[in-house]
Design a protein around this ligand. Structure first.
Ligand code: ADP
Length: 184
């Protein structure tokens, strides 16, 4: 059973690589950004709460996100051979809560797949992607939030989790090949 957390700056390719990995290894792909975007487009209660926050590039509250991830991992994994978490945790409090969730559900020994890229490349990619939350101002905010709130999670997890680093620069298939070989 694969239990993977894909980690890295916004725009580094987490969504794309998670999609490929989940198809190849039959994993449940849980992207918290996708969950929020779906809720926003469907106009659910969650979507109404999250819309302004997501569009401005800020982080949705820890409590809300922790509840979403807990329920999804508990109820949606079905017949998959594991899961890949994409976009969560984004804060140390989320990281601590994830430890509790994994323990409760008997899903310990999570591996961290850290996709690495430099800021220039990331900004270029985000500008090209053109999602509604991708404009110069929100990109800057999201990168800063990543550096201040999310990246420290690596240091926090380092003493007790396996961290696999992969260079996220290059063709999609090339990056994917490296990920697969490092996961073996
Ligand atoms: P990116 O590709 O830029 O990393 P995501 O699709 O992961 O974007 O997330 C899009 C937006 O959804 C974030 O900018 C944030 O507003 C919200 N979001 C997603 N995951 C979380 C989370 N774990 N905690 C708080 N907010 C989140």
């Amino acid at each position: 059973m694969h239990k993977i957390l894909i980690f890295g700056a916004p725009g580094v390719g987490k969504g794309t690589q998670s999609q490929l990995l989940s198809e190849k290894l039959n994993l449940y792909h849980l992207s918290t950004g996708e969950v929020l975007r779906e809720a926003i487009s469907e106009g659910t209660e969650l979507g109404i709460k999250a819309k302004k926050i997501v569009e401005s590039g800020h982080l949705v509250s820890d409590d809300l996100m922790i509840g979403i991830v807990h329920d999804a991992l508990k109820n949606r994994m079905n017949s998959k051979d594991g899961f890949i978490l994409d976009g969560f945790p984004r804060t140390i409090d989320q990281a601590k809560a994830l430890d509790g969730i994994l323990k409760e559900l008997g899903l310990e020994d999570l591996k961290i797949l850290h996709l690495v890229a430099n800021d220039d490349e990331i900004i270029k990619r985000l500008m090209l992607r053109g999602r509604t939350d991708d404009n110069a101002e929100t990109i800057k905010l999201r990168l800063n939030l990543y550096l201040d709130s999310t990246k420290p999670i690596l240091e926090y997890y380092k003493p007790y989790r396996k961290i696999i680093e992969v260079n996220g620069i290059g063709e999609i298939e090339e990056v994917f090949g490296k990920i697969l070989s490092k996961l073996q």
